[in-house]
Design a protein around this ligand. Structure first.
Ligand code: ATP
Ligand code: MG
Length: 403
């Protein structure tokens, strides 16, 4: 069994070896190589201590030095080189109490989450697979290393990681591992929402977004989204139709759970807040949900009003969402919208041929009344784009403003 290591990885390994240390590529890189996928990054594990690693390479960064991780910069890339370690007791169900370095690769592999993630490789030793990782890869199984009840008690995030990897590869979760996940999902309350959010998003953005159903099955959504279960068939069907883009998948996951649109919106907002999503994501998702009940035709006036209400930067997501959840083909609508935009027809206050300044020039006072006049002018222009001229709008402004 050989894995074709990139030149820089080989170089890092041989530098360490030539100074009497062991070094292997480990975890995701080995797993992905065996699956015939290109690894995203090449993590390394070694019995050299952080200070020793640092002394052997010119450019290093102390990324996770307290966990024994040094980032080595080489050939314009970063490589995480981590000292073999044991994780001490996990008293809080999240973090090991202490991290102890070890001289034994086996100990380092034993602390890892799943058999498919617990293999190491270098050209000298070949594949080091102590827990049947290769076999599980072939069988398509996510299996905890060691006793699953213990491993999920140590760190409940692993429950979500099991689902995430299962969704990425279309793998089953091995029976005892799944049993433990179900039994211990309550311990997710010990895990930070940021880490939960990250695993959830990776599951949603995977090739099998419908595997979120496993999260529900394990009780891992109980904490923040128990509305999902009752609607999971509809939600999953929609998830599978949407491209693997975060906002869209998240909108599908959250936007259909209620008894009506308002209810769904409220639930989605609650979950987004609970998981501390950033404002951009929150706004984008809620925006699409807000418009998920509209009916569109190719009527130009209607579509100008739609663009005004929805915003040019959001309309494409809304169309896609409407198409996939309603089984529609909105290509004709899309074409008319393109035409409106290409023609430069006004759909926002900003594009109106007159501004507040112009109205002040007519002698109006800034304030509520002026805002209403501008809105009325926009309404007229959305009806008839020909009216978007200074001449016409100043005239109308005078009349509407009572001047
Ligand atoms: P990805 O391609 O998504 O990065 P990965 O396998 O590299 O997948 P990481 O989260 O980057 O996953 O973690 C790197 C490795 O560290 C894993 O392969 C696993 O061996 C180990 N690991 C990460 N998180 C945990 C955890 N919570 N418990 C035990 N081992 C873990
Ligand atoms: Mg990784």
């Amino acid at each position: 069994m050989t894995i074709q290591l990139p030149e820089t990885v080989q170089k890092i390994i041989s530098i360490l070896e030539s100074h009497g240390f062991e070094a292997y590529t480990v975890g995701g890189s080995v797993r992905d190589s065996l699956l015939g996928r290109t690894p995203k990054d090449w993590d390394l594990t070694t019995n050299a201590k952080p200070e020793e690693i640092k002394s052997l390479f010119r450019r290093t960064i102390d990324t996770g030095i307290e966990h024994g991780t040094v980032t080595v910069r080489m050939g314009g890339e970063s490589y995480e080189v981590t000292t073999y370690r044991l994780d001490g007791k996990y008293l809080d169900g999240r973090h090991p109490e202490e991290v102890t370095f070890t001289a034994d690769l086996k100990e380092d592999l034993r602390r890892r989450d799943f058999t498919i993630n617990a293999m190491a490789y270098n050209d000298r030793a070949g594949l080091v697979d102590l827990f049947g990782g290769q076999e599980d890869l072939k069988a398509g199984l996510i299996r905890a290393v060691g006793e699953p009840m213990e491993r999920f008690t140590e760190d409940a995030l692993r429950i979500l990681r099991a689902v995430r990897f299962s969704a990425r590869f279309g793998f089953e979760i091995e029976e005892k591992t799944a049993f433990a996940a179900k039994a211990l999902s309550g311990r997710l309350s010990l895990i930070s929402v940021e880490r939960i959010r990250e695993e959830l998003m990776k599951t949603l953005e995977s090739n099998h977004p419908d595997y979120v159903a496993k999260l529900a099955e394990f009780g891992a959504l109980d904490l923040f989204y128990d509305e999902y279960a009752a609607k999971q068939d509809e939600i999953n069907a929609l998830l599978l139709k949407l491209p693997a883009e975060g906002v869209l998948r998240l909108t599908a996951f959250l936007g259909k759970s209620g008894k009506d649109l308002v209810h769904s919106y409220t639930v989605a907002e609650r979950v987004l807040n609970y998981l501390k999503f950033d404002n951009d994501t929150k706004n984008s998702v809620l925006h699409v949900i807000r418009f998920s009940g509209v009916t569109l035709s190719t009527d130009r006036k209607l579509l100008r009003r739609f663009l005004n209400a929805c915003g040019k930067e959001n309309y494409e997501n809304v169309l896609l969402f409407l198409e996939k959840s309603g089984d529609l083909d909105l290509t004709p609508v899309r074409e008319v919208i393109r035409d409106i935009l290409d023609a430069g027809e006004c759909t926002t206050l900003k594009e109106l041929a007159v501004s507040g300044k112009d109205l002040i020039g007519l002698g109006m006072m800034p304030g509520k009344k002026m805002g209403e006049v501008l809105m009325e002018l926009l309404r007229e222009v959305l009806e008839d784009p020909e009216k978007n001229t200074r001449e016409y709008l100043l005239e109308r402004g005078k009349i509407l403003g009572g001047k």
